[in-house]
Design a protein around this ligand. Structure first.
Ligand code: NAD
Length: 338
């Protein structure tokens, strides 16, 4: 396999613990499942059903690890399925969501049903079964364009897209279940995450795929700035949040504290690939002006303090691993999606 298991994770804590992961077939979810199985947890993976039995990016998980995973097919919009998935579970990681911002412009209703109502069903079931640990995964997009940087957890929230609004709704429901019913929720808020298996709608994946395939690289606004965390670091943060009682009831940013413009990022990727391709600014790829989030850079002091978490991979190290993986898996990336 391409990456080593991260150390620091408490093997004793996870041994034989029954864990539900929603969004398990996705980018971050598949890495999380892999890590949890490695440290001895018994993982149930909530996977959106298709008649092909598609398990998404879990296909890329080493077979011996995947054999240990219980696949639970269902849809987050189905309250009874969500409830059944949580029977006999000790820890829940909630990553399942419709995550594309352009798709949320087109289909806001679906986005709200999955991201908000799906989260509500999950919280209701967690309450019913008295789940002792729930990690709800938020996103830096809830902050909107930074009023100040680095962005700490007290920064105002602003739904600049239906996606962002749905995640704010989900976060607030999670918080309210902690405040009202004492549900032991941890709200963890990754800033942009990148790595192997990410869908092509994410900026780093699209840069890599276009650099490997095309003559030119078509991107939207090159000036926007993002704080990029390598997926293994994000996963370690999620796992540490579950381990820590100090994280209960908290919102916790996960990010590196450094910002990179999209233009710079594209140039670094091209440098790693040894390619000299033209970068074309494509107006079709711009978000509506007031929906654009210009700058996201995290203050990660709380993660450092409560979880003893800080990123281990530099941007370049993470990019190198990612580029190598994409070179070997380019056939998975045939089609651009919104
Ligand atoms: N990738 C990032 O940069 C990033 C940054 C911050 C936060 N996040 C959050 O992390 C989580 C995972 O994101 P990701 O990048 O892995 O995205 P992803 O699209 O790869 O994974 C999302 C998963 O949710 C599942 N899902 C969607 N609708 C569903 C439904 N109706 N029923 C059941 N499952 C459904 C999808 O099948 C997919 O497996 C999301 O909650 C996202 O908001 C991601």
């Amino acid at each position: 396999m391409l990456m080593e298991m991260s150390t620091e994770i408490d093997g004793k804590f996870w041994k034989d613990r029954k864990v539900l992961v929603t969004g398990a077939s996705g980018f971050i979810g598949s890495h999380l499942v892999e890590e949890l199985v490695r440290v001895g947890a018994r993982v149930r993976a909530f996977v959106r059903y298709t008649s092909r039995g598609d398990i998404g990016m879990l296909e890329d998980v080493e077979e011996s690890l995947l054999d240990e995973v219980e696949i639970f097919f269902g849809d987050l919009r189905d309250e009874s399925a969500v409830e059944r998935s949580m029977e006999d579970v000790d820890v829940v990681f909630h990553l399942g969501a419709v995550i594309s911002i352009p798709y949320s412009y087109l289909n806001p209703e679906e986005v709200v049903q999955v991201n908000v109502m799906g989260t509500l069903s999950l919280l209701q079931a967690a309450r019913k079964f008295d789940i002792p640990c729930l990690v709800h995964v938020s996103t830096s997009e809830v902050y909107g364009t930074a009023h100040y940087v680095p962005i700490d957890e007290n920064h105002p929230k602003r739904g600049q897209s239906p996606y962002s609004a749905s995640k704010i709704g989900a976060d607030e429901l999670a918080r309210s279940f902690h405040l009202t019913y004492g549900l032991p929720v941890r709200i963890v808020r990754p800033f942009n995450t990148f790595g192997p298996r990410q869908s092509q709608r994410a900026v780093i994946s699209t840069i890599i795929v276009q650099a490997l395939r095309g003559k030119e690289i078509h991107l939207g606004n090159l000036e926007t700035v993002r704080d990029f965390t390598f997926v293994k670091d994000t996963v370690r943060g999620l796992v540490k949040a579950a381990e820590s009682d100090k994280a209960v009831g908290q919102e916790i940013n996960l990010g590196t504290g450094k910002g990179w413009s999209i233009g710079e990022t594209a140039r670094i990727v091209l440098g790693l690939l040894g390619e000299e391709k033209k970068i074309v600014v494509d107006k079709e790829r711009f978000r509506p002006e007031k929906s654009e989030v210009y700058r996201l850079i995290s203050d990660n002091s709380r993660a450092k303090e409560l979880l003893s978490w800080s990123p281990r991979y530099s941007f370049e190290e993470g990019l190198k691993i990612t580029v190598d993986w994409f070179k070997e898996h380019l056939e998975l990336y045939r089609r651009e999606v919104p």
